[in-house]
Ligand binder design. Sequence first.
Ligand SMILES: Nc1ncnc2c1ncn2[C@@H]1O[C@H](COP(=O)(O)OP(=O)(O)OP(=O)(O)O)[C@@H](O)[C@H]1O
Ligand SMILES: [Mg+2]
Length: 343
Amino acid sequence: MQYEHAHTLMLAEQEVFHFDMTTYEYEMIDRSLVPHAISRASGNLVYALRTWLQERAIQVNRSNKDKILKACGMSGAYDILTLITRYRALSLLDNYWIKGYDEDVRYADVNLYENSFSRAMYSVALYGAEGITIQGATPEINQRGTMAKAYKRTNGGIYLYKTGIADKIRTELFASKVAQYCDMSSVEYRNVHTKHSNCVRCRLETSTQIGWIPAKDITNSGRNPVELAKELSPQRYHEMRIFDYIAGNTDRHNENWAFEVDNRNRILGLSRMYDFDNCFCADDTTTSHIDLKPLKKAALQSFPVIGDTQYFTRLKAFLRSCRQRDLAAYVLERVRILEQSIS
Ligand SMILES: Nc1ncnc2c1ncn2[C@@H]1O[C@H](COP(=O)(O)OP(=O)(O)OP(=O)(O)O)[C@@H](O)[C@H]1O
Ligand SMILES: [Mg+2]
């Protein structure tokens, strides 16, 4: 392998493998640290890495995508791979990144959790502000999802802000309350009114020690994410199935549930639940993207495993007193069906 074009895939401060994207050659350093999604790649590993990098980066249908790229100095036809590598593939999703072969740089000095990133990009990514060119690092290139969103660091830590039509905001907030009143392990969405719009925000759950890998990556590693979730986090798994039914969540696709992973690449268990902007729209025939089971059937199977007659007591008190009668009635009816099933 010639090293002049070579890069190194890193996991925090550890070298994973050296690679050359022009010749597709690579030199393995530590196989146990290879991202799970490509650990069982059938073809060339560098090709698989390239696809993985592209799939964890900004989506074609992401709100404000063109403005984000423009702010990074890319307009018209762009090479997303160049963009990903220019920002070292750094993200706030996990602790993988890329450096030039033999480049003398430490994760401690570049990671986005502890080092600064562009504040100006926040307005571009969240509201589509124009005429801004950013300097320095940004987490927005290596970020998934379709809604307008942006990371912001405040005194209390890093938060993910999301905005969109009023109905989505209302949905995300109410579903978050539903999870909270059931004591489920979920990120907490709070309403924030800014100068430009109405947003929700939640605290970043990942860190320099803990990354998230979507269920999609577990599937790509040849494992069944449902079996893994039941084995590592049965409580969280059953909570998710109950939540998806009572909140009528139609959007639990394989990037909308994730596992936590440490910097030795060990999968620790399910992350908290997140992304509730497509709730309260399921009916009795709606199936889950997780396993194509009807939401209701999955919940009826999970409820007896972790639920009892008191399980929904706090939630019901909240639902009976809250002002959003339409959403409350939707959830109450579903709660009644689950309770009936164990009485
Ligand atoms: N609290 C959090 N901590 C860390 N990462 C998060 C958090 N919330 C979301 N993420 C990451 O950000 C991604 C995008 O967030 P989210 O799914 O809420 O956006 P979305 O635009 O609504 O997505 P979709 O396109 O699925 O509707 C998630 O897939 C997840 O990887
Ligand atoms: Mg999502």
